[in-house]
Unconditional design. Structure first.
Length: 310
C-alpha cells in the first residue's frame, strides 16, 4: 500500500521517531541516501507563495539523486483547468512522488487517492506537517537529543485555528510532548484536531491544552513558538489582528515566563513587531534559522522513508 504524509498523525510515534532519526543522519551525511537516483522526478506543486518550501524541497530532491520538477499552480490551475483526479493520474505515471503546497486539505487527499505514488503535504490551510517535524528536530537538537522530546512542554501563542497550531498539536502529541496552545477566544483549534491530539497523547504520555492567556500557555515551557497572525487567504485586517492577537505577541517579557533555557521558534516569514519582536526573533534564544535549515533534512527523510516502504 502506498504511504503518504498528508497530516502529522499519518506517522505513528515509532514511525515519527524513525523519520527524525533518519533526518539527523542525513543532516550529518547529506548524500547518505539516494532513493531517487536515476534521476527520478518528483513533482513539486505550488498553489501558494513559497520560499523555504521551494528551496528545501528542490535542494532535497536533488541531494537524494532526483530531479525536482517544480510546477507553478497558477499555470497548472489544478482543479480549475483540469480535475485533481485527472492531474493525479497523469503525474503518477511519470514521477516517483508528488509534493503539493495548496489550499484545502481535501485537494491533497484527492491527489493521494489517485496518484498511485507517495504524496507529501508541503502546507495546506489545515496542516503544515513538514514544518512541525523540522521544529521537533530543532527542539531535540537544542535539548540534547530525540529522547528529550518526551515529556517536554511546547507552547504556541497566536492564531490557534491555523495550520501550525494544528500540526503542533498532532506532532507534539505523537512525540509525547505537552502541547499548550495560547490563543484568543474565537480562534481555538479545530475541535476534531484537539480531540485527535488528545487521543494520541493518551498513548504517548503527552498532553494537549488550549488556554486563552499567553502567560499561562508559556509558563515553564521549554520551547515557545508563534506564527504570523494572518495566514495566507485570511481576510482579517491588520487592525483586527493587532486587537485580537496583540496580547499573544512573543516578546522578551513573555519568553521570560518560560524555562530559562527555552528556545523561541517561528516558521517564517516573520513580521517583527507583530507576532514576534525583533529582540526575540534575532536574539540568542531564537532558533528560527535552525528550523529553516531543518526543513531540508526532515523532508529528505520523509521522502526517503515513504519511497522505501515495502
Amino acid at each position: 500500500m502506498t504511504r503518504h504524509f498528508l497530516r502529522d498523525d499519518d506517522l505513528t510515534p515509532v514511525e515519527q521517531r524513525e523519520v527524525l532519526e533518519l533526518a539527523l543522519r542525513l543532516k550529518a551525511e547529506r548524500f547518505a541516501e539516494r532513493p531517487l537516483a536515476g534521476p527520478r522526478a518528483v513533482a513539486i506543486l505550488f498553489d501558494k507563495p513559497t520560499l523555504r518550501t521551494q528551496l528545501s524541497f528542490t535542494v532535497g530532491v536533488a541531494e537524494l539523486g532526483g530531479h525536482p520538477m517544480v510546477v507553478d499552480g497558477n499555470l497548472a490551475r489544478i482543479g480549475v483547468r483540469e480535475s485533481v483526479e485527472d492531474t493525479a493520474k497523469v503525474l503518477g505515471r511519470q514521477v516517483a512522488a508528488v509534493v503539493w503546497r495548496t489550499f484545502d486539505q481535501s485537494r491533497l487527499e484527492t491527489m493521494a487517492r489517485h496518484a498511485g505514488v507517495p504524496v507529501v503535504n508541503a502546507l495546506t490551510d489545515q496542516f503544515h506537517p513538514c514544518q512541525a517535524l523540522a521544529d521537533l528536530l530543532t527542539i531535540a537538537e537544542h535539548a540534547g537529543g530525540l529522547d528529550a522530546l518526551h515529556d517536554r512542554t511546547l507552547a504556541y501563542v497566536g492564531d490557534g485555528a491555523n495550520n501550525m497550531a494544528h500540526s503542533y498539536l498532532l506532532a507534539g502529541a505523537t512525540a509525547g510532548m505537552h502541547v499548550r496552545i495560547g490563543t484568543p477566544f474565537g480562534r481555538r483549534p479545530d475541535a476534531q484536531v484537539v480531540d485527535r491530539a488528545a487521543a494520541v497523547a493518551a498513548t504517548t504520555g503527552g498532553s494537549v491544552t488550549v488556554v486563552h492567556d499567553a502567560a499561562a500557555a508559556v509558563s515553564g515551557a521549554e520551547a515557545v513558538a508563534t506564527d504570523t497572525w494572518v495566514s495566507m487567504g485570511d481576510a482579517t485586517s491588520e487592525q483586527e489582528a493587532e486587537e485580537l492577537f496583540g496580547p499573544f505577541r512573543l516578546d522578551a517579557e513573555l519568553l521570560d515566563r518560560a524555562e530559562p533555557g527555552a528556545v523561541a521558534l517561528h516558521c517564517m516569514p516573520a513580521y517583527r513587531g507583530k507576532e514576534i519582536t525583533a529582540e526575540v526573533m534575532d536574539g540568542p534564544r531564537s532558533v528560527v534559522l535552525d528550523e529553516a535549515e531543518n526543513r531540508l533534512h526532515v523532508q529528505k527523510a520523509v521522502l526517503t522513508w515513504l519511497l522505501e516502504r515495502p
